[in-house]
Design a binder for this molecule. Structure first.
Ligand code: PLP
Length: 369
């Protein structure tokens, strides 16, 4: 079996499983209890918080644990609106977790929204972004992702942060696909809110975090308790949080080496797929772990994916929420790709080898010819 769908989810690292097991057996107390058992669990959560704060160059009080990126995204966007933003700018290629939240929140709070169009590479126009913020008299919230989960395209996050800062707006960045390889230094990048999800970097599912810059107001998702300084009430997922911190640390320490390995796998795949007639590589210089490509085909993507699956090769046509559906994704639609093409995503992760990637590409080439 060759798993090349790491942008959907990643396997747990052995050391993460071991930490999760330790916490489940030894630190199972309620972090809100004041007795020794509770304090032990609380220490696990606070150690994890410090780990992220140190590596992001922020303070522990700016890190909030959640159930994953979808929740972090809604929590951050809503908090920014409750903090005074009355205009949201996003882009057509954002993850649905952002687009659907923006739709809902704009309607609920009766505020204006602008969904930026992208060119055929998936890039936004920085001039259009700046002009839109400049023209708005109030406070603008800009919600743009770091790395696109389908194409791997990297947004110029630092420049976006500078523009948002120039007009005193707030910048929300969905950094889920950037966790493994890009710099996550929100303060240097001018980011006020940033979301991550543990299962995209070899951690457990159902746990994530939100960075919220200290200069912004904190507005909770719901009411019901004082956990996470009332931003996210509810007993903490202690073993998930510990597993997420372990996964982060394991990857963080060797990120340059892993980044180079992923880049090698990506270039091997590009060469190996080259014989597919009409092959187009999208966002070639994007994230090293994502290879997105298009080619004309009489077959449907679903047929090819099924044939690959039968041969033990797992990849995808786009985001996980699109798999199984027979529609072209909203990202591809926004990029205005020709209708006769199919679009596939190979995404690499730790454990993948050059031989695996070559073998998967050869299988694909055989199936399309
Ligand atoms: N944002 C991006 C870019 C993603 O790739 C994903 C996962 O598919 C999400 C948000 C949602 O993350 P989660 O599964 O933690 O809710």
């Amino acid at each position: 079996m060759i798993y090349l769908d790491h942008a959907s989810t990643t396997p747990l690292l052995p050391e993460v499983i071991s930490v999760v097991n330790d916490v489940l057996t030894e630190s199972w107390g309620n972090p809100s209890s004041s007795h020794a058992n509770g304090r032990k669990a609380k220490a696990v959560v606070e150690t994890a918080r410090k780990t992220f704060a140190t590596d992001f160059g922020v303070t522990p009080g700016e890190i909030f644990f959640t159930s994953g990126a979808t929740e972090s995204i809604f929590l951050g966007l809503q908090s920014a609106i409750l903090d005074g933003c009355d205009f949201i700018i996003t882009a057509a290629t954002e993850h649905k977790a952002v687009l659907d939240s923006v739709d809902f929140l704009a309607q609920k709070h009766q505020i204006k929204k602008l969904v930026l169009a992208v060119n055929n590479k998936g890039q936004i126009s920085m001039t259009e972004l700046e002009n839109a913020i400049k023209a708005h008299p109030g406070k603008t919230l800009v919600a743009l992702m770091y790395v696109n989960n389908e194409t791997g395209l990297i947004h110029p996050v630092k420049s976006i942060g500078q523009i948002v800062g120039k007009y005193d707006g707030l910048f929300f960045c969905d950094a889920v696909q950037a966790a493994l390889f890009q710099d996550i230094t929100p303060r240097d990048l001018g980011i006020h809110y940033l979301s991550l999800s543990a299962h995209k970097f070899n951690g457990p599912k159902g746990v994530g975090l939100l960075f919220v810059a200290r200069e912004t107001g904190k507005h909770s998702l719901w009411k019901g308790g004082s956990q996470e300084r009332k931003m996210r009430p509810g007993t903490e997922n202690v073993y998930g949080i510990a597993g997420m911190a372990k996964a982060w640390r394991s990857n963080f320490d060797s990120r340059m080496e892993k980044r180079n390995l992923m880049a090698d796998l990506k270039s091997i795949a590009i060469k190996a797929l080259n014989s597919i007639p009409g092959l187009e590589i999208n966002a070639e210089d994007g994230a090293p772990h994502i290879l997105h490509f298009s080619f004309p085909s009489a077959k449907k993507a679903e047929q090819l994916l099924m044939a690959l699956d039968i041969e033990g090769v797992m990849l995808s046509a786009g985001s996980a929420c699109q798999s199984g559906s027979h529609q072209v994704s909203h990202v591809i639609e926004a990029m205005n790709k020709p209708g006769n093409q199919i679009h596939l995503r190979m995404s690499f992760g730790f454990g993948n080898t050059k031989d695996q990637v070559l073998s998967a590409c050869q299988t694909l080439v055989r199936l399309v010819s």
